[in-house]
Design a protein around this ligand. Sequence first.
Ligand SMILES: *Cc1c(COP(=O)(O)O)cnc(C)c1O
Length: 365
Amino acid sequence: MTTETTVTFEVRPTPHPRTIEERQNALAELSFGKVFTDHMARVAWTPERGWYGHRVEAYGPLSLDPATAVLHYAQEIFEGMKAYRHADGSVWTFRPRANAARFAASARRLALPVLSEEEFIASIQSLVATDVEWVPDSPGSSLYLRPFMFAAEAFLGVRPAQHVEYLVIASPSGPYFTSGFNPVSIWVTTEFHRAGPGGTGAAKCGGNYAASLLPQQLAAEHGCSQVCFLDARTESLLEELGGMNVFFIHDDGSVHTPELSGTILEGVTRSSVLQLLADAGRQIHERPLPFSEVQAQIESGKIVEAFACGTAAVVTPIGQFKGVDLDLTVGDGRAGQTTRDLHTQLTDLQYGHAKDTYGWLYQLA
Ligand SMILES: *Cc1c(COP(=O)(O)O)cnc(C)c1O
């Protein structure tokens, strides 16, 4: 459903949009997050004015004072969403209110000002409406949306910034993993943790990602495309990947995923997957998941499927878990049926091929 919002973004069209030919060339060979549309949405905040200057303007570099706080103390949060083109040309996004709520929760944790759900959705709607020609229509493609907020005050003192910027940029993108719907190998790190008790693990902030880059690099050296982190308190419980939640399917059809412990990011895809599986009559177990148990159950064949999920990669089969003295293949190493079905169900909903019985779609244009 489209909801009229009362927040207005003033659209200031760029005097230099790309030509139709330039755009068509850009849309012809899509990768992930490399090409951006002609505009960006933008709002500023100070304690005196609150949020002000809501506008859509030319996409372009930001000019930042070298003392800008975010460059020093990483007071920054972000979201990741997609706009999908349906067969009739209309453009939709998926559960934006969930992203708005998570963005607000992340803002609170990072001592940033909260942007209302209405402003968050209006920012996306205004940008996508302005750059609607940039929403690709090839199979599996989408316009990736990146809302983010950062400390823009030029001040080296350590306290929450008194000048904050919120922006949304958009990138026409193909599938996240270039290998397509093929199982990925995961490196289970016992050396690093993504988050600790009382830390920022449940917030979507750039700092979490910065801390995951070195483990990610080491994983790549072992031929793995993603890292799986264990909890910092007991160093035994499986938590999640750097940017995706994980699920396991047992031979009895039951579904097992780490419970939200405060150190795990609550994925919108995770919650959608849980809903779809529950409605399919599956037994769901959100609980602490010792990696030793997972290992034993993969070895015994009790775990028959493993997958990771998130907005960017949707649902991605996990074929292998590797680590120091660890080399496990899940099932026969290929994508399982539940994983395939979930991928189909979710993408059918998102691309308008299936009826949206959950009311998860939100029309943008
Ligand atoms: C964004 C993110 C996810 C996935 O969340 P979605 O809402 O499904 O895209 C999972 N884990 C981490 C750490 C994330 O940052």
